[in-house]
Design a protein around this ligand. Structure first.
Ligand code: AMP
Length: 226
């Protein structure tokens, strides 16, 4: 079965967006979610919620995240296994930030097979490190609705209250230069090798993420509708 298959007139879409932190995976995933009506699963977001709620997983993950390190595969797989079995994933989903290691990729494939689900389309978004660092040190996020701001390109209001929901706008703990550099190192060592894993399959594409949000969105839409 293909990652985009039509069954009984409905289109299914199983997509992995991968790329270093700050390439725009989350932004693009939200746009695709709107077009396709399938959930956007961000493991980073799930973990930040667990940290906020002070759950057992949150307590285990919090410190690792604030140092820019990866959370152990066993925890991540438990989270994903539970998430993709939920009814809202019945027509597909977009993974953002998962898988991040070869072990996660292999176990995800096993899980998909177990659930009788098709192969993924995987899209790697590429952006030079210099631009990533500039984006992330200037990134600010609404703590309630997740709307992104950027001090230079899309500044938040002076009172730091979100224009969409009036929530508090803040800075992610791991969006400081030292931690960003650590996250990029971890990405290059642990996650970049996944390129070879997915490039062996037909549905692997690379997209230049240094272009505008609109241009990247249009490239991705063309790939997905092809
Ligand atoms: P993100 O929001 O995707 O940048 O993720 C923020 C942080 O959450 C990462 O730096 C990791 O500490 C942790 N994290 C998110 N997804 C994963 C994953 N698939 N495997 C391990 N750690 C993860």
């Amino acid at each position: 079965m293909n990652s985009q298959s039509s069954q009984g007139g409905r289109t299914e879409m199983y997509l992995i967006l991968f790329g270093a932190p700050g390439v725009g995976k989350g932004t693009q995933a939200k746009l695709i979610r709107e077009s396709y009506g399938i959930p956007h699963i961000s493991t980073g977001e799930m973990l930040r919620e667990a940290v906020k709620a002070n759950t057992e997983i949150g307590r285990k993950a919090g410190t690792l995240m604030s140092y820019g390190k990866l959370v152990p595969d066993t925890i991540m797989l438990e989270l994903i296994r539970e998430r993709i079995k939920r009814p809202d994933c019945a027509k597909g989903f977009i993974l953002d930030g998962f898988p991040r290691t070869l072990q996660q990729a292999r176990e995800l494939d096993q899980l998909m097979e177990e659930l009788n689900l098709p192969h993924f389309v995987s899209i790697e978004i590429k952006v030079p490190d210099r631009i990533i660092i500039e984006r992330l040190v200037n990134r600010r996020i609404c703590e309630s609705c997740g709307t992104d701001y950027n001090l230079i390109t899309n500044p938040p209001p002076e009172n730091m209250l979100c224009i969409k929901c009036n929530g508090q706008i803040g800075r992610r703990k791991d969006d400081h230069e030292m931690t960003i550099r650590r996250r990029l190192e971890v990405y290059n060592k642990e996650t970049a090798p996944l390129r070879e894993y997915y490039a062996r399959e037909n549905g692997y594409f690379e997209v230049d993420g240094s272009k505008s949000i609109k241009e990247v969105k249009s490239t991705i839409s063309q790939l997905l509708s092809a």
